[in-house]
Design a binder for this molecule. Structure first.
Ligand SMILES: O=C(O)CCC(=O)C(=O)O
Ligand SMILES: [Fe+2]
Length: 263
C-alpha cells in the first residue's frame, strides 16, 4: 500500500455522511497542546486582535465584540502578502506538519496551510451563516480549543441537490433554508476538515447560545455522534459553552513572499 492510500484511508474513517467532503477528527491535539496554544494566543500582542462585522452578536447592546487574530499575512486582492507563521503554529506544536500529514491538503497548492485565523467565541457568541469564498478553496481545517461548538451547514432554499456552481458573489441575497442540513458537535481539541464542494452550495454558522441542547427528543441531532465521546450527544443533554478559540487553517494559493523578496 502506498503512502497516499494510507492517508486517504486515514481521513475516510472520519468522514461525515449527509454532506460532501467533511471530516471530523476527535482529539487531533493533546490537552497539553491545547493549553499551550491558548496561552500563546493570549500572549499575542494586543494589536493582533481585531473585530469583525459578521461576528456581531444578535443584540446590538452586547459587548464585548467578537475578536480574531490573523497569522500568516494579509490577503489583498486574492494574494497573500505572506508573513512567517509564529513558532507556536508551525514548530511547537507542529500543527502545519500535522495538518499536512492528514493528506487533506494534498490538492492545495503548497500541500499544507500557510494562513491561520484565530476566532474567539465568548459563551453566547456565534457566527452568522456565510460562505468562506474562493480564497478558502480547496480545503479548510479548523481546530477547536477551550470549549465546544455546534457547527451548522445550511443549503440555499432554491438549491438543487447537486449545486456545483462555483462560489461567487451571485449567491448574495439568495434565501437560505432555516433548518440546518446537518449539525456537528465540535469538541475541544478536534479538527474539522471541509473540502471543495462544501463551498459551492452551502453556508455554515454557529448559533449565538450559551448552551446547546443535544440528542433526546428535542435536542440537536449531530451527524458526528459516532465520533464524539460526549454522552449528551448520544442520549440527550445540555452542554454549556465556555470561551472557545478556533484555529482556521488554509493554503492560500497566491503568495507574495515579502520576507524573502525583501520588499
Ligand atoms: O470558528 C469556527 O469554527 C468557524 C469560523 C469560520 O467559519 C470562519 O472564520 O469563516
Ligand atoms: Fe467560515
Amino acid at each position: 500500500m502506498t503512502g497516499f492510500e494510507l492517508t486517504t484511508n486515514y481521513l475516510e474513517q472520519y468522514r461525515i455522511s449527509c454532506v460532501p467532503e467533511v471530516y471530523y477528527i476527535p482529539d487531533f491535539i493533546t490537552e497539553h497542546d491545547e493549553e499551550y496554544l491558548l496561552r500563546k494566543i493570549h500572549e499575542a500582542p494586543q494589536p493582533m486582535w481585531r473585530t469583525l462585522a459578521n461576528r456581531r452578536s444578535a443584540s446590538p447592546y452586547s459587548f464585548p465584540l467578537a475578536r480574531l487574530q490573523i497569522w500568516g499575512g494579509i490577503i489583498k486582492n486574492g494574494v497573500l502578502v505572506g508573513q512567517k507563521l509564529p513558532d507556536w503554529l508551525d514548530k511547537f506544536p507542529d500543527l502545519v506538519t500535522r495538518l499536512r500529514d492528514t493528506g487533506a491538503f494534498k490538492s492545495a497548492k503548497h500541500g499544507q496551510p500557510n494562513h491561520v485565523i484565530v476566532n474567539e467565541y465568548l459563551a453566547g457568541q456565534g457566527i452568522m451563516p456565510h460562505e468562506d469564498g474562493p480564497a478558502y478553496h480547496p480545503v479548510v481545517g479548523t481546530i477547536s480549543l477551550g470549549s465546544h461548538a455546534v457547527f451548522n451547514y445550511y443549503k440555499y432554499a432554491d438549491a438543487s441537490t447537486d449545486d456545483n456552481a462555483p462560489s461567487n458573489n451571485s449567491n448574495a441575497g439568495r434565501a437560505v433554508d432555516r433548518t440546518p442540513l446537518v449539525s456537528l458537535l465540535l469538541k475541544p481539541r478536534s479538527l474539522i476538515i471541509t473540502r471543495s464542494s462544501l463551498y459551492t452550495g452551502h453556508l455554515h454558522a454557529i448559533e449565538e447560545r450559551t448552551q446547546d441542547v443535544l440528542g433526546g427528543d428535542d435536542g440537536v441531532k449531530v451527524a458526528n455522534v459516532h465520533l464524539v465521546r460526549a454522552e449528551e450527544a448520544r442520549t440527550g443533554g445540555t452542554l454549556t459553552r465556555e470561551t472557545r478559540m478556533s484555529l482556521t487553517s488554509r493554503d492560500v494559493e497566491r503568495v507574495l513572499d515579502v520576507e524573502r523578496s525583501g520588499k
